[in-house]
Ligand binder design. Structure first.
Ligand SMILES: [Zn+2]
Length: 276
């Protein structure tokens, strides 16, 4: 990627008709650069709709990513639940590739009380099967497990970096709000810089030249994430956050998941550009 783009998780609120193509057009009108398609309940877009979406994205220059359904647990006890999870990921990846999206984000697994190393092995094994299938079908998208915000959820920074190192076409989705919500830390310039340094140290500079970020204001408690908030209603240090991205010359997509979507996406973008 040649620059850092800002956009929304799903169709902006100010879109007149709520179709994905209309959402992309609205992103361009707002002067934003990207949009994540939210298939969080199910991935059910047909190929002809996806082609319309791809055309709109190409015409406007808006970059796309896709979020797979929430109902995924690559550490499920029941083999049929693992298979259904893999199917949801495959289906989202197929739609993403029809749409011209380069990345699919997903929530990998729950620990269910298992030792983290064991969960890691299960997630890796089941993810590998998905990657093999994608390769067979010649579907080329980045599969991005997301940094999660609760202690019960697999997806710490180190787990994601390990998976990204071990598996081809896997890269992390760095959710800075989730990371902050885990224990209330990771909310200062120095901490943001240390996260970015850690990514570079383990995955190389390429990972920072094609990063995928989720961010929003967030409410949290002892167990981590409670809910997303708008930036100004939260304690998230977004000015320091964008300053760290700028100083590190990070490139890629920043997807804003605040309830006001384009409100905070525009706030982050203008804060970023005002830094000069
Ligand atoms: Zn997510």
């Amino acid at each position: 990627m040649s620059e850092l783009l800002f956009g929304t998780a799903g169709t902006p609120h100010s879109t007149k008709k709520m179709s994905t193509a209309d959402g992309i057009e609205r992103i361009a009108e707002l002067g934003l650069g990207c949009m994540e398609m939210e298939f969080v309940r199910r991935a059910n877009m047909g190929e002809s709709t996806a082609r319309v979406v791809a055309e709109m994205a190409a015409r406007t220059g808006v970059r796309l990513s896709a979020h797979a359904p929430y109902y995924i647990n690559l550490n499920a006890r029941e083999p049929e639940k693992v298979r259904a999870s893999q199917e949801r990921l495959l289906q989202t990846a197929m739609i993403a590739s029809w749409c011209g999206a380069r990345s699919v984000v997903f929530h990998p697994a729950f620990y269910l009380g298992d030792p983290p190393e064991q969960v890691y092995r299960m997630v890796k094994k089941h993810l590998e099967e998905v990657l093999e299938q994608l390769k067979r079908e010649n579907i080329q998208v980045w599969i991005r497990p997301e940094l999660m915000g609760r202690g019960t959820q697999f997806g710490s920074l180190e787990e994601l970096l390990d998976l990204s190192l071990e598996l081809e076409m896997v890269a992390p989705c760095i959710d800075f709000a989730h990371y902050h919500a885990r224990d209330g830390r990771n909310n200062s310039y120095d901490e943001f810089i240390s996260i970015l340094s850690r990514i570079e140290e383990r995955l190389g500079r390429n990972a920072l030249d094609d990063i995928h970020i989720h961010v929003s204001g967030i409410a949290y408690g002892g167990k981590g994430e409670i809910k997303h908030l708008n930036m100004e209603e939260s304690d998230f240090q977004y000015v320091e956050f964008v300053r760290a991205l700028k100083d590190f010359d990070v490139k890629g997509l920043v997807i804003c998941e605040s309830p006001n979507l384009e409100g905070d996406a525009l706030l982050l973008q203008s804060t970023y550009h005002d830094l000069g």
